[in-house]
Design a protein around this ligand. Structure first.
Ligand code: NAD
Length: 456
């Protein structure tokens, strides 16, 4: 079957790619399985050298890779470059820490008896990936997986397939074989076919809906699974902030990458004492965003990657307005080729409206006035998701007390929409299970084995 790759900035077809089918996926799985033991027994230094070369290649070809990413996803070119550069930081975190985590640990000994734990690779892992940050969400998985001795069947999103193929090419050029790292091309069908085979770990990044389906399959077959899903990430702006600084930071958190980040700010609660001043500066920031061709150096907002998301945003805006919300900015698609939507700001919103409860994944934000920290905490927790939450306040103690009571995998004080390789990245509730990044995000690709050893 052919997969058509379309440029979301102008609706032009970039190319068509042959997707994987039932037969090619079995072949790829079998080859990956046969190669895994040899790869696991290869010297860690060999694996490390290849990953270092991969990082160097990313730097050498950054401009070309960034252009490909922008062309197929519509991400502004400056943001594409930044993603690739920051991917190298993540890789270096893994390189700095993986080796210590390969070492077995002796945990007890008495007389002739020793107890030891070793950390084995999972085996063949499936990496089913989203399109919004393909370098980040891909490398969070395949870099630590490869370093710890797993082979990887990597299914990039159908919306970032050219980037997926570029990643594969770079890895081959860096010394990996196509059995150790194998791309699988296609959409939902390719993902479903891949999961029919006895992979030994599944690492998924994507929507709640798909994550749910994958969890059902893996749960039935006891396959270790991580799912990194969406969120409805809240920010609370307390009444002691520098309003201009907070408004600019939160606006960037809501609209960077067109709001298409799992940790984009999706709901804003503002203390009534500063509400009017906050709105004014927030709107000034939004009005100043440069919208246009994502290849243009000045562009801050390009097109949405998925055309179908326009209908989701329109429904959320309509639902909010029908429920009594007020539109302060935007609210509709932009009439031009491509998937453009106006940056949209809604007030007088509440939690009966989808715009405050379901992931928007686009350039749209609801802002609610609150009377107290307590009310903000309660509203922030009124969600089925739990990825990130942020508080803006001059008072660290005040912010940390609020954040302590909000259910989320990441907590932000005076910042938002931020991921660090040094910290575990995880979701609570319907935002997922498992951890990537941090040392735990390396351990995720290993399983422990208990050794009971008695000297004869
Ligand atoms: P998606 O669920 O549509 O697709 C994700 C991947 O799953 C794609 O590769 C797709 O082809 C594949 N897929 C689709 N249906 C499948 C099926 N039935 N079986 C197997 N594979 C299948 O999600 P998306 O649109 O690519 O990504 C956007 C979502 O990802 C948002 O909800 C966003 O919040 C989330 N996300 C989360 C994180 C995180 O770290 N928590 C990071 C990035 C994106």
């Amino acid at each position: 079957m052919l997969l058509t790759i379309t440029n979301p900035a102008n609706d032009e077809i970039i190319t068509e790619l042959e997707t994987d089918d039932h037969v090619s996926i079995i072949e790829k799985f079998n080859r990956s399985m046969s190669a895994q033991l040899g790869w696991a027994r290869s010297a860690p230094e060999k694996r490390e050298r290849a990953i270092r070369r991969f990082s160097d290649r990313l730097a050498e070809r950054q401009e070309l890779l960034a252009r490909t990413l922008t062309e197929e996803t519509g991400k502004p070119i400056t943001q594409s470059r930044r993603e690739i550069a920051a991917t190298r930081d993540r890789i270096h975190f893994f390189l700095d820490h993986y080796k210590a985590l390969l070492e077995p640990e002796s945990v007890w000994s008495e007389g002739d008896m020793v107890e030891r734990i070793s950390y084995d690779p999972l085996g063949v892992v499936a990496n089913i990936s989203a399109w919004n940050y393909p370098y980040f969400v891909g490398s969070n998985v395949f870099v630590p997986a490869l370093l710890t001795g797993n082979t990887v069947l990597y299914k990039p999103s159908e919306y970032a397939s050219l980037t997926g193929l570029s990643i594969a090419e770079l890895l081959y050029d860096s010394g990996f074989s196509d059995e150790v790292f194998t791309p699988i091309l296609g959409g939902a069908f390719a993902g479903q076919e891949l999961l029919k085979w006895p992979v030994q770990g599944v690492f998924f990044t994507g929507s709640y809906k798909t994550g749910r389906q994958i969890a059902d399959i893996c749960g039935r077959r006891f396959i270790p699974l991580q799912v990194e899903l969406g969120g409805k990430d809240p920010v609370y702006v307390a009444d002691d902030v520098d309003v201009a600084v907070a408004a600019a930071s939160v606006a960037d958190g809501a609209f960077y990458n067109n709001g298409q980040s799992c940790c984009s700010v999706e709901r804003i609660y503002v203390h009534e004492n500063i509400y009017d001043a906050f709105l004014e500066t927030f709107l000034d920031t939004v009005r100043a965003f440069k919208i246009g061709d994502p290849m243009n150096e000045e562009t801050y907002l390009g097109p949405l990657t998925r055309k179908s998301q326009i209908a989701v945003l329109e429904t959320q805006v309509k639902g909010a307005l029908d429920g009594g919300a007020r539109l302060l900015h935007g609210g509709k698609p932009i009439v031009r080729p491509g998937n453009y939507f106006e940056p949209t700001v809604l007030i007088n919103v509440d939690h009966t409206m989808e715009v405050m409860t379901e992931e928007s994944f686009g350039p749209i934000i609801g802002i609610m006035k609150v009377r107290s920290d307590r009310e903000a905490t309660s509203l922030m927790n009124d969600t089925r998701y739990g990825l990130t939450a942020g508080v803006y306040s001059k008072d660290q103690e005040r912010a940390e007390l609020i954040l302590r009571d909000v259910v989320s995998g990441s907590a932000y004080w005076n910042c938002c929409d931020r991921v660090s390789a040094r910290l575990p990245w995880s979701g609570r509730r319907d935002s997922g299970v498992g951890v990537t990044l941090g040392k735990e995000g390396i351990r995720a690709f290993q399983r422990s084995r208990a050794w009971h050893l008695r000297r004869a």
